[in-house]
Design a protein around this ligand. Sequence first.
Ligand code: URA
Length: 252
Amino acid sequence: MLRLLLIVGILEKMKDLRLDKFLADRLGCTRKESRILISTGNVFVNGIVNKDIGSKINPSDEVIHNGKKIDYGNKYYYFIINKPGGCVTATADNLHKTIFDLLPPYFVKLKIMPVGRLDIDTVGLLLFTNDGKLAYRLLSPKREVYKTYIAKTDKILNDNELKKLKYGIDIGDIVTKPAKIVSIDNKTYKLEICEGKFHQVKRMFEAVGANVIELKRTTFGPLHLDIPVGEYRELTLDEISNLYECCNLEKK
Ligand code: URA
């Protein structure tokens, strides 16, 4: 856990990183010294000499000083995005915008990938990471990581239908595990499930004769959606620790 905090601590400091600060931190020199190195043409960013002391870099940039690549010192990244409707959870698509069109190019370069998928018309919380072990655990049916969905439907469900969704319902390929469901408005329901089968929420409602008209994911395990549609942010140290805890994973 200590190592996790250290790694992520470095990562935290990587936000909006100024080149002069990055160099000072990594080379162990003062900010004044790193500015001299930059302004005198001793620093290359992506193969080009960079004399701008105020310039910013991101984790996909290659910074070279004295012929040596300067390491970022961190390996894993964790972000959430509030996915808008109309884009697919894929790296490429011939017809539609993809989620990566909303994200900086270093996501693809550093293999920071979505953990699971949301349908093209589903909005809400999508987790991204390049921490494959964590992603695998979070998606494993064994771990029963809960996700919350707000589903606007075209039907008011009766008690019997709500019970079916709650205790498990046959959706064709599986009988769903117990879920939590509450009515929050006329035909709108909050559904919490710990599985992630293809179109699962829509198929669960279809199984009781309702069509989902709008679908939004508001939680993923311990994470809560707190950013506007189309925006993304890095997770805090606490959120990353909570993710590890929720799927019973120890950071080595
Ligand atoms: N269930 C669905 O039906 N769609 C989603 O996008 C997510 C869960």
